[in-house]
Write a protein that binds this ligand. Structure first.
Ligand code: ZN
Length: 505
């Protein structure tokens, strides 16, 4: 380690490692108001990640090497702190660096600590951000101690339009967080979730939409899941974790249990998408809070994958798992860029997930998701009025109790569809298409009245498809009764569907 007492108010030091014999760490000699970091892998950028903890074992910085600069400013003032660092005093002692997967082969770190003004113009103050976490209150895991889970950005019971999945420059996306927020405003989204790959921001640019924290647990080859509404970091790295974290079934199970215990909603993302498919066959199906049916619909491969995922979803419901289906743009590009030549551009809000809630708050949106009060659309908008046993319901609801008291088992289901003229409505019961109706007008009303009297277990959901059967919109099922599960694990579900993991390439 080289140490230089050079900069005005501080100490500058450098660490170079080629083959570590133990955990990588560096020693900070005195207390300071800020620390400026610069690091290098001596290699082009790729999916390399690191996390830095302070001597009190608190998470202070995380970095994903695809786009973000290889530098950071950790400051006692959150306004001056890098978006993926946690603000607070720089404390003396041993700071440790953890690398995702393995040691990158070569690593160089330069750090400068100091007090007062930060003497480097490269660190531009990024103003007008909401601070989500800072200081000792953020604890070991960078808990979002400043995030307001009840912040209200709209009132009135209605379908709030949003996106559950997207990426910015904080991981491997092309838009900065600020640009993403502007884009969501331009698309008139009410809300969106932040789901960077294994990175958890401590601040976010202010804007009109409700922004809800989350993270995409990304295993680099064995599958990805979102923790929506995640209030703090969860250890997922391979190094130093007894259960192997991201790399083992045991580690994945532990992380999913921790995520649920702290209130996050777990979504299995693009579970059949080739090299991003979910490859942990022992994952319990009860861990699936939400299933991402429709991911990134502008890619050519998406329609086929979506149909296959719907088969799995039908099997889950037929086996008594009331797992809400959702969508996510999984946006990575600028709004004028496409994944493939000739394909439409990739943007946030395509598809949009509509969530029924009383108010536009993080807690209300998360509750709506858990309840399956969701439909997913690339255009058509829906309203539903569902009546059974004297009670009213919406998509995703369980009618068991109301029907038990109703005698005749009658369900009156009125659906209003706007912006889908020329398309068709498909009605699916217990996984089978039982009716198809042409949508004849711009604002089309369809009434279904049916009886579920005497049925042990039944569910019904709707799809809107264009003349070529291309998916435009789907709802979550209403259901009644119970069914004892025969399937327990992801592997058993795939077997039932006749899908071999090895075939997903
Ligand atoms: Zn993603």
């Amino acid at each position: 380690m080289e140490i230089e007492q050079s900069p005005k108010n501080g100490v500058k030091a450098k660490l170079r490692v080629e083959a570590p014999d133990s955990a990588i760490s560096f020693e900070v000699e005195r207390h300071a108001e800020w620390m400026r970091l610069r690091f290098d892998y001596g290699k082009p950028r790729t999916w390399r990640q690191l996390v830095i903890r302070d001597p009190a074992d608190r998470l202070r910085f995380m970095h994903f090497d695809v786009v973000e600069p290889r530098n950071a400013l950790l400051h006692r003032n959150a306004e001056l702190t890098t978006a993926t660092a946690v603000a607070g005093d720089i404390i003396p002692g041993r700071w440790t660096i953890e690398f995702l997967r393995n040691f990158p082969g070569e690593f160089e770190l330069e750090w400068v600590i100091g007090d007062g003004e930060v003497l480097d113009e490269a660190f531009v103050r990024d103003e007008d951000r909401e601070i989500w976490s800072e200081g000792e209150g953020a604890g070991r895991n960078g808990d979002l101690n400043r995030y307001d889970w009840n912040v209200c950005k709209g009132t009135g019971r209605r379908w709030y339009r949003g996106d559950l999945h997207g990426h910015t420059t904080l991981s491997d996306g092309s838009l900065s967080p600020r640009e993403m927020t502007r884009q969501a405003e331009a698309r008139e989204l009410d809300f969106f979730f932040v789901t960077e790959h294994n990175v958890f921001p401590s601040s976010w640019p202010k804007g009109k939409p409700l922004v809800i924290p989350g993270m995409e647990f990304t295993s680099f080859g064995k599958g990805d899941w979102n923790a929506l509404g995640l209030p703090g970091w969860i250890d997922c790295w391979g190094t130093g974790l007894q259960d192997g974290g991201m790399h083992t079934q045991e580690g994945q199970n532990r992380m999913m249990e921790e995520a649920a215990a702290c209130g996050a909603v777990r979504t299995f993302n693009h579970p059949l998408a080739g090299r991003f498919a979910w490859r942990y066959p022992e994952s319990p199906l009860r861990f699936i809070d939400l299933l991402e049916i429709w991911n990134s619909p502008t890619r050519r491969s998406t329609p086929g994958l979506t149909e296959q995922t719907m088969v799995l979803w039908n099997l889950l419901w037929n086996d008594g798992y009331r797992v809400p289906g959702v969508g996510g743009s999984d946006t990575h590009l600028r709004p004028d860029q496409s994944y493939e030549e000739g394909c439409p551009p990739d943007t946030i809000g395509d598809p949009a997930s509509y969530v029924l809630a009383d108010r536009l708050t993080p807690q209300d949106i998360l509750s709506g998701l858990r309840a399956g009060h969701v439909y997913v659309s690339r255009g058509p908008e829906l309203e539903a009025s569902i009546e059974a046993g004297g009670c009213t319901f919406t998509f995703g609801d369980d009618l068991t109790e109301a029907l038990a008291g109703s005698g005749d088992g009658i369900v009156r289901y009125r659906l209003t569809v706007t912006d889908a003229k020329g398309a068709k409505l498909r009605i699916i019961e217990n996984g089978v298409v039982i009716d198809t109706q042409p949508i004849e007008t711009d604002c089309w009303v369809h009434d279904q009245t049916f009886s579920w009297k005497g049925l042990d277990y039944v569910w019904r959901r709707l799809e809107i498809r264009d003349a070529d059967d291309k998916l435009l919109c789907f709802t979550n099922p209403i259901s009644s009764g119970t069914k004892e599960h025969e399937l327990l694990t992801w592997g058993q579900l795939l077997d039932k569907a006749g899908i071999a993991l090895d075939s997903l390439v």
